[in-house]
Design a protein around this ligand. Structure first.
Ligand code: FAD
Length: 297
């Protein structure tokens, strides 16, 4: 299944995002978690591409393994960091040969010691150029791109960021998957404004439940997403990673997801962080407009 079919009008799509584990033990654990997530019948499982292109082969390996083992459609993320156009082509060729039908096309972040993103000689500058490359030379792939309800950190203004999103869509992206966010109003405003500038493809909310305060603070400090203060205060009364933090995080996420579903999102994209417990708990609590989304009791 390609992204466009997954989130097509009249259907409710579900995608889940993994990252490549560093060790064989991590890979075995990941496969056990993915097995549990299959109870919720995700349409597409995606695997991230590490900073600096460090996980090129493991991204492809995880996506292929999940596809072969569980028969689910998959996507490989791909960034421009550290790659020439020839290396991007070689990744795309290999992805297709391995049965990967979808690409999440991204620019990537600059390395930590660099302020700005600088393409390598013979590389590309912005994600819209990667979408153009895929559409020109590998039109068989489904393509998703990133969107930012709270505006990308480097963008000079929300308007400029939306114009840049539009470039990616005009270059041929099938869907937009958003950066994580915790205030649904940010998402609804973003969706409205994206529509007003001419973004006509499905915009899918990206969700990262807050289960461990320290971990989420680290992640949001990197991407700039606002944290929900009331929840953070409640969670702050408990130890990081405690069952109480987990319960509070799941309850919050379930409410967030239910509101998104009730407001007609085309589907959901979960940043599952290679675990199944939270996503399973949330999906068991919400009422989704799709058949086969819940395991039988
Ligand atoms: C769903 C999702 C998945 C992700 N997966 C990964 C992953 O696997 N690996 C990883 O390293 N990172 C990942 N990221 C993070 C992403 O790489 C960073 O947010 C990165 O900083 C921007 O990537 P982008 O594709 O949005 O870039 P772009 O769309 O290229 O935008 C980058 C910045 O440049 C501006 N811009 C864009 N196009 C133009 C243009 N033509 N002219 C002028 N300005 C422009 C934009 O407004 C923005 O400020 C993911 C993010 C999301 C939301």
């Amino acid at each position: 299944m390609k992204f466009a079919d997954c989130y097509a009008p009249g259907r409710f799509g579900l995608s889940m995002e993994l990252f490549p584990p560093k060790t064989p033990k991590g890979m075995d654990a990941l496969m056990r978690h993915v097995q549990r997530l299959m109870d919720f019948a995700p349409d597409i499982v995606t695997c991230t591409y590490g900073a600096g292109g460090s996980t090129r082969d493991r991204t492809l390996e995880v996506a292929q393994r999940v596809h072969r083992r569980f028969g689910v459609s998959v996507a490989a993320h791909l960034t421009l960091v550290g790659s020439t156009v020839e290396q991007l082509r070689s990744f795309l060729r290999e992805a297709w040969e391995r049965g990967i039908e979808n690409i999440v096309a991204l620019r990537g972040d600059p390395p930590r010691d660099q302020q700005d993103f600088r393409p390598v000689p013979g590389g590309l500058r912005y994600a819209n150029e990667l979408v153009e490359l895929i559409r020109r030379e590998f039109p068989q792939f489904g393509v998703a791109v990133a969107g930012y309800p709270e505006t990308h950190q480097e963008a000079p203004s929300p308007e400029a960021d939306l114009q840049n999103l539009l470039r990616k869509v005009q270059a041929g992206a099938d869907v937009v998957i958003t950066q994580l966010f915790y205030d649904n109003q940010d998402f609804f405003r973003f969706r409205q404004r994206a529509g007003e500038v001419g973004v006509r493809v499905p915009i899918v909310p990206g969700l990262l439940p807050i289960l461990n305060l320290a971990q989420v603070k680290r992640i949001t400090s990197l991407c700039g997403a606002k944290l929900p203060q009331e929840l953070i205060e409640q969670m702050g009364r408990y130890e990081d990673g405690s069952p109480e933090q987990f319960r509070l995080g799941v309850e919050f996420a379930a409410r967030q997801v239910q509101e998104l579903v009730d407001q007609g999102v085309p589907g959901l994209h979960f940043y599952v962080l290679n675990r199944s417990e939270a996503t399973s708990a949330i999906l068991s609590q919400v009422k989704l407009p799709r058949a086969g989304a819940k395991p039988s009791p």
